[in-house]
Design a protein around this ligand. Sequence first.
Ligand code: NAD
Ligand code: ZN
Ligand code: ZN
Length: 398
Amino acid sequence: MKAVCWMGTEKMSVETVPDPRILNPRDAIVRITSTCICGSDLHLYDGYIPTMEQGDIMGHEFMGEVMEVGSGVDQGKLKVGDRVVVPFTIACGNCFFCQHQLWSLCDNTNPNAWIAEKMMGYSPSGLFGYTHMMGGYAGGQAQYARVPCADVGPLKIPGGLPDEKVVFLSDIFPTGYMAAENCNIQQGDTVAIWGCGPVAQFAIRSAFMLGAEQVIAIDRVPERLQMARDGGAQTINFEEDSVVDVLKDVTGNRGPDSCMDAVGMEASGHSLFFATDRAKQALRIKMDRAEVLRQCIRACRKGGTVSIPGVYAGFVDNIPFGAAMNKGLTFKMGQTHMMRYMRPLLERVERGEIDPSFVISHRVPIDRAPEMYRVFRDKLDRCTKVVLDPWADGASGA
Ligand SMILES: NC(=O)c1ccc[n+]([C@@H]2O[C@H](COP(=O)([O-])OP(=O)(O)OC[C@H]3O[C@@H](n4cnc5c(N)ncnc54)[C@H](O)[C@@H]3O)[C@@H](O)[C@H]2O)c1
Ligand SMILES: [Zn+2]
Ligand SMILES: [Zn+2]
């Protein structure tokens, strides 16, 4: 089959690789109909997260049709022919964390847990296509994928809803929603969201669903700022204005009730700290550039909440932790607990409350993936979200 393989920093390649096979009784094989490039994939593309190996198959946002199920899959939950969206986190359904709905922290799905334990103390769940430290699972930017614990994660999609409307239930819609939920929004609140990438776009719309009165979104890319305004947000261009000052002004000097970092470890910026981050990251001494996290802590009102869906990988420098402590801030973060949100958000799509396809700028054959990584990262061609078609343009499937 065809698959997008990581061959090194900034080197993606569409290769012909062996088709996946059932390895465990609870596996399923899915024939993928749509698969996306995520902001999280860019951290791997740019080589900032360790334990990728040459030839690893990328991708964790995908959907398709079930072709085969293992003998241990409960057929009442999943069977051949079902159309499913697959969440990016892999969860067993039985452990302490799954039982507490903390799906992205499942204890049983990372076969390389020992690597993560060395760095983090305990290991989060396995993830598709996201380093050997997170399980070394082949990803879904391919024609087929092996889906472990297939009777827990995949969400069945009724006929009639096109892929474009539901594929983002695999990650960015639930991620934006959980990030908004983590803002602890009370009726009438002001929420400031750094970033107007795809995750932030869903966070903006979710914040309104959860009762925010005012959402202020921050970026510098014109079409992304426009998309944020289309979703009802006010916007700040961080190249033109001092973000923290503007936020102070528009909240009557009090500051936003919650601040969301939907940018993560590859933030841009202008400060001295940013220059230090950039130099250390270039030398691979540090993994993260935390410019946005610093601004969130500074801008947030006293007693407010900082929500962090943006991915961080390592040890972050120069965090104003004294400010966070003395201002009494609450921090909420994490990889998304997908299975909590997928079904309720599907129901919102079915009811016509939101059409997630608004975020798509490019739908292209998988063969163009290497070029589209660069286009998406560099925000060329007004790119906001790329959906890859694994079967377009005479893909052989062999
Ligand atoms: N927690 C999760 O489960 C989860 C899931 C998916 C993605 N993510 C993470 O969410 C983040 C966003 O993902 P995305 O797909 O939207 O990525 P993206 O790279 O398309 O968007 C990031 C946006 O941030 C903007 N930005 C950069 N520096 C900024 C600054 N100083 N102030 C304001 N905006 C700035 C960029 O211009 C860009 O538009 C990434 O870190 C990604 O890894 C997390
Ligand atoms: Zn993703
Ligand atoms: Zn579990």
